[in-house]
Design a protein around this ligand. Structure first.
Ligand SMILES: Nc1ncnc2c1ncn2[C@@H]1O[C@H](COP(=O)(O)OP(=O)(O)OP(=O)(O)O)[C@@H](O)[C@H]1O
Length: 634
């Protein structure tokens, strides 16, 4: 049984479990570091518990329901016990910071559910097996600081995190791993990818210069070859310049009033729109980042468009170079107004750059300049019409759009308080409105209603990119969901976002997102709202777990002291409701889609718990009321 196995572990490697575990307590599941489901041990966490010596065979063969095993930072040694292969439900295996040795055993590759594997800082030796390719769900692989040798196999699994630094590896970094930074590979004899190019990468086909075919030595280029390359490059550059100049002349002679926006790309705006590295990050704290522009970025697109749009509306509505508005009474400004507006950069996102444009009449709009739109104009218009027809008080309204070959603009209502992301993680200085329970639970409810509305449009309508920078706030902190329907307008991101944080585990193509995947992302958003921690924060703790797993790893009794944002804790009278909302967040972020509630259920639960907290604030109830509530819900 699980109990026998735990007792065997205790007597084999002892450590602090000798003090921690009260063996007279028959309820093994209440022992520190242990969590159970249906009376079977699913989580065993004994980090830094002074465990010592080899793990004998005969223990883990019984703990077959284990999902998380963390024995990091102990002094365990020897080979990994072969009966660990029986733990086929294992998802998280954290063994870093021990003295394990021998080969990385093949049985690990037979654990189909493994998501996180950390074997760093041990004495493992031998080669890294291509058997890791069997672990199709693996997201994190840490093997740094061991004695691993040989070359790195080409791993084709979609890893979020990977590190093999400080081993004795050689050869080149395989293609599939080249997007990781050099720090993942340093301290080896590796080359290629983020590291220095491998010798042999530069093959110059002349008699005296080039690779000698396998000796591994890089031959220096001869002086003559270098001169040849330089002169050749300069000539090619001059030739391109001449061609460009000729082309430009031809074009301007042809017509002074070109029809296409593409010809008036405003270099000034381009510069102002580009971000200084590190300052504006996708999903980061970009709100409030302002670069005053003499003319809006949108104006660059609008300049010619406005000049040519008048009277050029074609009968079918396509091919027009003008703003297309949604709704009946919405046409309160036109391209010329946008042209005269002053603009500032709000931030750069997955789909392009967002600007704030202040119109001369005083109204303010947000303009999103889309990049990487690969679909045809017809498809674009069809899809954007569908987005524009969405109408709900918890969505950021899309007012208008503009389409030309080189410029695609979306015009939204401007949300004065910026994004939830900026509010939670941005300026925490004095003068900021404290984010109390009422505000946070109200934001949760507004966002839930917006997503519920989107889902009510049909089984194929999902948001696909729920995160805190896409929840925007009005002056009165009402939440509005933004960026819906955009994933279908643009091509796949050129660089896949590695640590998405919000993305459900089953999602492989970010454009194919189900209702249940939105629910997962909303769960992460709720956790962010309650903990104040950003889910994209690199390593939430030393184990590199994501926000949902971190919250789950903290026992429920300790949620109040360990998990909640300190600012929120000042409002003690709503502790029970806070715990309920956290439980809802955990339910939403369940690993398996079928276990997650629907958005309408989510909205209902938030409404209920908010009602009880508001009621309580007005009519404080004695504790007994809670007890009876609990009893009835059990
Ligand atoms: N309608 C709006 N009103 C006010 N601010 C906005 C509006 N739309 C976007 N922003 C701001 O502009 C920033 C960039 O937005 P954008 O939607 O382009 O990127 P993102 O939300 O960070 O990422 P993604 O494109 O992946 O959704 C956001 O952080 C938000 O603060």
């Amino acid at each position: 049984s699980d109990r026998t196995a735990l007792l065997a572990l205790r007597s084999a490697v002892g450590g602090r479990t000798l003090l921690l575990w009260n063996v007279t307590d028959q309820n093994t599941c209440s022992w520190p570091g242990i969590q159970c489901e249906d009376n079977r041990v699913t989580v065993l966490r004994l980090p830094g518990a002074a465990l010592f010596g080899p793990l004998p065979v005969g223990i883990f063969g019984n703990l077959t329901h284990l999902r998380t095993l963390s024995l990091r930072l102990n002094a365990l040694s020897g080979q990994l016990p072969s009966d660990l292969s029986a733990c086929i439900n294992l998802r998280n295996l954290y063994l870093q910071g021990n003295e394990f040795s021998g080969l990385i055993p093949d049985f690990l590759f037979q654990l189909p559910d493994l998501v996180r594997l950390n074997l760093a800082s041990n004495n493992f030796s031998g080669e890294i097996s291509s058997g890791f390719n069997n672990l199709t769900r693996l997201k994190t692989l840490f093997l740094e600081k061991n004695h691993l040798s040989g070359s790195i196999p080409d791993l084709k699994i979609p890893l979020d995190q990977f590190n093999v630094s400080n081993n004795q590896l050689n050869g080149s970094v395989p293609k599939g791993l080249q997007s990781f930074s050099s720090s993942s590979f340093l301290g080896n004899s590796l080359c290629g990818g983020p590291l220095e190019a491998c010798s042999g990468d530069l093959v110059v086909p002349t008699g005296e210069v080039g690779n000698n075919g396998g000796s591994g030595h890089k031959k220096k280029l001869a002086g003559g070859a270098i001169a040849g390359i330089v002169i050749g490059s300069v000539l090619a550059f001059v030739l391109i310049l001449v061609i460009l100049m000729l082309l430009c002349r031809k074009k301007s002679a042809k017509k002074t009033s070109s029809v296409d926006v593409a010809t008036v790309k405003n270099p000034e705006v381009e510069i102002q729109g580009s971000k200084p590295p590190g300052e504006i990050e996708n999903g980061g704290y970009s709100n409030g980042y302002t670069v005053p522009a003499t003319a809006a970025a949108v104006a660059s697109a609008a300049t010619v468009a406005a000049g040519t749009a008048k009277g050029e509306v074609s009968a079918n509505g396509t091919g027009t170079k003008k703003l297309v508005f949604f709704g009946n009474a919405a046409r309160v400004f036109d391209l010329e107004d946008l042209l005269r507006a002053s603009a500032e950069v709000l931030g750069k996102g997955t789909f392009g750059t967002a600007y704030k444009a202040v119109l001369e009449v005083g109204s303010v709009v947000a303009v999103k300049r889309l990049k990487d739109v690969t679909i045809t104009e017809r498809e674009f218009r069809e899809k954007i019409e569908a987005v524009g027809s969405m109408d709900h008080e918890s969505l950021v309204p899309l007012r208008a759009y503009y389409f030309s070959r080189d410029e695609k603009l979306l015009v939204y209502d401007y949300m004065a308080m910026g994004s939830l992301s900026a509010l939670l993680h941005g300026n925490k200085g004095a003068g900021r409105t404290p984010l109390n329970w009422e505000i946070r639970s109200g934001i949760a409810l507004g966002a839930a209603r917006g997503i519920e509305y989107l889902h009510s449009q049909g089984p194929n309508v999902s948001h696909g990119n729920i995160k805190s920078s896409n929840i925007l706030l009005t002056k009165s902190y009402d939440a509005r969901v933004s960026d819906f329907g955009l994933a279908h307008l643009v091509g796949p991101p050129s660089t896949p976002t590695r640590v998405a944080g919000y993305r459900a585990p089953e999602v492989t193509d970010p454009r194919k997102v189900s209702h249940k995947a939105d629910v997962y992302s909303f769960g992460v958003l709720l956790l962010e709202l309650l903990t104040g921690k950003a889910p994209t924060h690199s390593l939430l703790n030393e184990e590199g777990v994501d926000l949902p797993r971190w919250v789950q790893s903290v026992v429920r009794e300790e949620w109040t002291s360990e998990v909640f944002d300190l600012e929120l804790l000042r409002y003690q009278n709503v502790e029970e409701e806070m715990v309920q909302l956290l439980q809802l967040a955990v339910d939403c972020a369940a690993q398996y889609p079928d276990k997650r509630p629907s958005m309408s259920e989510v909205t209902k639960r938030i409404e209920e718990l908010r009602q009880s907290s508001l009621h309580e604030a007005v009519n404080p109830q004695p504790d007994a009321a809670h007890d009876s509530d609990d009893a009835s819900s059990r």
